[in-house]
Design a protein around this ligand. Structure first.
Ligand code: DGL
Length: 272
């Protein structure tokens, strides 16, 4: 038994789509969510820089909160840094993996689309996953430039988002994709819009539930669950948290939240 919190981090607010699933699956666990909004987006940053940022956040989550498990709720940070984090820190990590396996298993057309950041596509993990699971399947890759920033600035339902999504999604569907994998944790915020653009013959896959399940398995295997009680949430950001708050409100997730905390260059301020 271990009553320390689970740590979840992302380059910004996208990892909230993962937090949502972890919270649903493990209502008794305390969670600390860290958004690195100061350095967002990570998508085009050099690998070494992302490793430094991920290392700093991990240090913070372990040092301040003693997190018992860390979910790297960012595909780009997973691609760049998870091997380093696992080798440097003695705590279990769960990373994001584009759900190519699930897409490859379910496609009827033999064509699947993956929407992710440049950093994710450049990583070894993406190449290994697609080589392993997408044998004989055509994979259409699309970098989703601009989509992360629109989530960060709370413009999910904007005409800018709509035109970017159409630009990215339509060619995949026109080229036969019947599965679209959301390979960036910011993108599930657009799931309804993507489904509307793609049409009802296309399945849009969000890997977050599988990641939450993996975190559950690791806690179970290590005997690390909190005994009982109801879990609390702490939301921490490296920059101004107004967007985080409105995003939580807009997605009706705030009802799941007990405490919101802001992290501003090491200064903590309780918002509620
Ligand atoms: N949520 C991050 C991911 O899953 C976004 C990366 C970025 O900041 O560009 O890749």
């Amino acid at each position: 038994m271990n009553s320390n919190p689970i740590g979840i981090f992302d380059s910004g607010l996208g990892g909230l789509t993962v937090w949502r699933e972890v919270r649903r699956l493990m209502p008794g666990e305390d969670i600390v969510y860290f958004a690195d909004s100061l350095h967002c987006p990570y998508g085009h940053k050099p690998v070494g820089k992302i490793i430094d940022l991920a290392r700093g956040i991990t240090d913070f989550l372990l040092g301040k909160f003693g997190c018992k498990l860390i979910v790297v709720a960012c595909n780009t940070a997973t691609a760049a840094a998870i091997d380093t984090l696992r080798s440097e820190f003695d705590v279990p990590f769960v990373g994001m993996e584009p759900a190519i396996k699930q897409a490859a298993l379910h496609t009827k057309t033999g064509v699947v689309g993956v929407l992710a950041t440049k950093g994710t596509f450049d990583g070894r993990l993406y190449k290994a996953t697609s080589e392993k699971y997408a044998q004989g399947i055509e994979v259409l890759v699309q970098v989703g430039d601009g989509l992360v920033e629109l989530v960060e600035t709370n413009k999910i339902n904007s005409s800018e988002a709509d035109s970017l999504l159409k630009k990215y999604v339509r060619p995949m569907v026109e080229n036969g994709a019947d599965q679209i994998v959301l390979g960036c944790t910011h993108y599930p915020f657009y799931k309804t819009q993507i489904e509307a653009i793609a049409g009802d013959k296309v399945t849009v896959i969000d890997p977050a539930p599988a990641v939450a399940k993996r975190a559950h398995e690791l806690l179970e295997a290590g005997g690390l669950f909190t005994g009982n009680g109801s879990g609390t949430d702490l939301f921490v950001s490296s920059a101004e948290t107004g967007q985080m708050r409105s995003l939580l409100e807009n997605t009706s997730a705030l009802s799941l939240v007990d405490t919101v905390v802001e992290w501003n260059t090491n200064k903590y301020k309780a918002l509620q």
